[in-house]
Design a protein around this ligand. Structure first.
Ligand SMILES: Cc1cc2nc3c(=O)[nH]c(=O)nc-3n(C[C@H](O)[C@H](O)[C@H](O)COP(=O)(O)OP(=O)(O)OC[C@H]3O[C@@H](n4cnc5c(N)ncnc54)[C@H](O)[C@@H]3O)c2cc1C
Length: 411
């Protein structure tokens, strides 16, 4: 059986590796290299993540086993402790903020008291109108208005009251009354999945990506433009050129739908309603730091975070990537960065139109229509943009493991 995988990002490479032993597998990739948005660019010997920072970890044992037993042995990774800080008002506190109220108290007693009173006053009845309502009910008015609402407005480029909340629950540590109280009396604890993470000892994420691509047939510079199902041969035809029994899409689903022949109007319309935010960033030489991320919720800063990529390397050194949602001119980004003397010298920059899918009011209904249609015609779809989800690399791998298991059961 011949399987065609569309896209050689983390998702396409993972599912290819998982199916390669049992089936005739190949990948069609429009770029000249594999890795998708996780790939780094070399800048004077520094691995510049042109999108994001791409640290790896997972709470899923099967993902860790797949990566460390089959792809890149654990001995080839450094284990790094996350040290994230938030620039809050005119001081810095630990991330996540909800467990750092003690640190706010040391700087601003009145604000810390208001946050605490409102947190215990908030009534979470389990139903939420939108993302803003979710923040208000989970964290209380003061923390929501002082931090979550402005920060999320910045990172989504839209008002939280115009957004769905379904994606957020497993993304943020949400305190209950007991853990919030513990945070007040003890030193804050970072219990997030990525409180520690792995980064290749080579100091370059591409080592992992290249290991994932080993022994896979990849057709580079091959853009999928048309997808047809031939009723007689019962096979999928790509660009009237390549023929497969099964296809697995990992390319952006909104554009992919437009390549399939005879797509019903309601499915085409649903695909057109899907929204995604791009991202712009600058790689900087910076002062030395032991931080791994700095978050900048205040609207006076153009950037919403710095990823201290130099702290992912061993020995660590002063390099950071400053990020802003949307398309921004390099001059604007550099001018803004110059206001922070921590950022010493800009080294490179990048704009990408695909970074964060937007969970707006049309999200659920559009995705239901699309998923139902692809199920009906028998196309598999996988990955951050293939499933139009807020997936990290490990979840892409987890979904690839689950999909490979179900394909192996069926064929
Ligand atoms: C800002 C940011 C920071 C992030 N940080 C982290 C992090 O620290 N840790 C982590 O685990 N995850 C992180 N992620 C998430 C991670 O990048 C993704 O989960 C993962 O890389 C997605 O892989 P993918 O294969 O699903 O998609 P992609 O990487 O987008 O791969 C899709 C592939 O399809 C190809 N393609 C597109 N159209 C066509 C076509 N028509 N024909 C053929 N090929 C095509 C593309 O060229 C690409 O190679 C971050 C993401 C962002 C945006």
């Amino acid at each position: 059986m011949k399987i065609g995988i569309l896209g050689a990002g983390i998702s396409g490479l993972s599912i290819a590796r998982l199916l390669n032993n049992q089936y005739d597998v190949e990948i069609l990739e429009k770029a000249s290299i594999h890795g998708g948005i996780a790939r780094t660019r070399d800048v004077n010997g520094i691995a510049y993540h042109t999108i994001g920072g791409h640290c790896f970890n997972s709470k899923h044992k099967d993902v860790l086993d797949f990566v460390f037993d089959n792809i890149l042995p654990i001995t080839e990774w450094n284990r790094i402790k996350r040290k994230s800080r938030i620039k809050f008002h005119n001081y810095e506190i630990d991330y996540p903020i909800e467990f750092s109220i003690r640190q706010i108290f040391e700087n601003d007693k009145d604000l810390a008291q208001r946050i605490t009173v409102d947190f215990f006053k908030a009534i979470d009845n389990g139903t939420y109108d939108n993302l803003k309502d979710w923040f208000l009910k989970k964290f209380g008015d003061t923390l929501a208005y002082e931090y979550f609402i402005p920060y999320n407005k910045k990172i989504w480029n839209r008002l939280p009251e115009e957004m769905d909340y379904s994606w957020v629950e497993d993304k943020l540590p949400v305190p209950n009354q007991e853990s919030f109280f513990r945070g007040l009396i003890n030193k804050s604890e970072d219990n997030m999945a990525h409180f520690e993470f792995y980064y290749p000892k080579s100091n370059n994420q591409n080592t992992f990506i290249d290991a994932l691509a080993k022994d896979i047939i990849i057709h580079y510079n091959y853009e999928v433009e048309s997808v047809n199902y031939n009723q007689i041969s019962k096979k999928w035809h790509i660009n009237n050129d390549k023929i497969y029994d099964i296809i697995i899409n990992t390319t952006p689903i909104n554009r992919f739908i437009a390549t399939i022949s005879n797509v019903p109007i309601d499915v085409q319309e649903a695909a057109k309603k899907l929204k995604v935010n791009g991202i712009s960033n600058v790689l900087w030489k910076t002062k030395d730091t032991d931080k791994t991320w700095t978050y900048l919720p205040d609207s006076k800063y153009l950037f919403h975070r710095y990823i201290h990529i130099g702290s992912f390397f061993r020995p660590s050194n002063g390099y950071a990537i400053s990020e802003v949602i949307g398309s921004h001119l390099v001059e604007e980004m550099i001018q803004s960065g110059r206001t922070d003397d921590f950022l010493i010298e800009p080294l490179d920059h990048n704009n990408s139109d695909m970074a964060y899918i937007v969970f707006d009011e049309n999200y659920s209904s559009s995705m239901n229509i699309i998923r139902e249609y692809l199920d009906k015609i028998g196309i598999y779809t996988l990955g951050r943009f293939g499933e139009w989800q807020y997936y990290n690399m490990d979840i892409c791998i987890k979904k690839a493991i689950d999909m490979a298991n179900s394909i192996k059961k069926e064929y």
